[in-house]
Design a protein around this ligand. Sequence first.
Ligand code: NAD
Length: 488
Amino acid sequence: MPRDSVDKPAHIEDKLFINGEFVPSISGKKFEILDPTTDEVAASVYEAGVEDVDRAVEAAENAFPAWSELPASERAAYMLKLADALEDVVPEIGYMDAVTMGKPYVGSPVTHHSIQNLRYLAGQARDVFGETSLSTPGKLALSLRQPFGVCAAIIPWNGPLMMLINKVGAALVAGNTLVLKSSEKAPFTALIVARLCKQIGLPPGVLNILSGYGTSCGEALAKHMRVRRISFTGSVATGKLIQKASAESNLKKVALELGGKNPMLVFDDADVTLAARGATMATLINTGQGCILTTRIYVHSKIVDGFVEELKKGVAAAGEPGDPLVPGTRRGPQADQTQLRRVVGLIEDGRRNNYDIALGGKGRIGDKGCYVEPTIFVNVPEDAKVMREEVFGPVVCVTTFTDEADVIRRANDTEFGLYASVFTKDLSRAVRVAKAFEAGLVGVNCTSPAGLSEDLAFGGWKQSGSGRENGRRAVEAWTEEKSIMISL
Ligand code: NAD
């Protein structure tokens, strides 16, 4: 089926969204986003600079008093309207994600999941409570939860709607106003959301959307003296810069959702087919570009041969990657040339070091676009680059173990601590291992992203981040606590 059988949106918004209006950047500068399938320009967009950050923060500041004074149920009602409006633009979001970061167009479950999450967050509007105490004689002690004021959000490209909803939904329901910077690789989904905010009549300035680069627009937000909280999702390296910028400016509160190098342990009593299916999915989904995807797989030596065979079959069955705009394509290219170089570099490093390859190993496929051959390394030493660094591509390492304590030590021997999974039929062992993992999220007999739901808090241990999104306290996380003592 030709790619032009999918309708291109009639209008692609390219301006910044500040104070409820689409406006060009003050500099008038634009930047281009290349389609990772064709290497051609997909679209261009206005680039926000430091002055645009100032305008957006000012708009958010002006909007804050009225927005924070609305009944929480009214703020939630706006989010529910936004969720309904998003249902109508799923194909448009699919199109823009496909031509910017290569995500397959059809039926993205993640888009629907994000819309549901927005409704879930709206549902928390009346569920944010302080505390009371009468333990001091003659005093009533109580605490309130109040919004921070103007907040900022910076998101990556690998899940443009999901990352946005996690932050926008919770921040706005809590009563904050927000300036969000999208990723320079995939800015259009955020601009579609901006259009819908205008359509549903969200008060001007409550949500402001900037397209721009990290080192200019992103840094200006992270350093801004009038931003009180920043929530960041992206790499560990950038997370550290955000933390530093906050420390060097106004010590704004920082929440970080960062990378992972996620282990999966498959014991000798495990359902090997189930485990291999999970590993296959983790290798291929979003072309391996997910923070919680499994990349280090430890399999008991008694069952490793059968596991590798099933994993190979599963990955090979997915066939060649294709054009994400062609209906039916399950796997597209990497998001851009930078991602391509990074993944190919790690595969080449593995080849140079003569690590065993069970499948793939070629690196780049073809000479157009950012396509990579899925690769399974086996018996890779623990200190190999591909075992230590986040790949963010369809590359996994399988290695063996015989002893439970030893494999837990190896699984935890990383600075990352985002996701970990264990496959076993022994319930005691499953709980023991889940408890021993140094990770914020754990799967038992399932692996990323199965088993994650918006009801559960999402976030990392160690250098994978600080703070939590989703879960019962997602909205509360966007509030400050105030303690009040009343003399009786
Ligand atoms: P990145 O860190 O390169 O960029 C993320 C965002 O930060 C972008 O919007 C970018 O413009 C901005 N940025 C870059 N430099 C900045 C600076 N100096 N100051 C302020 N902002 C700056 O990450 P990426 O390549 O977009 O995304 C991939 C990374 O995100 C991976 O490490 C992945 O694991 C992580 N990620 C984590 C989660 C999670 O929930 N834990 C979810 C998705 C992705």
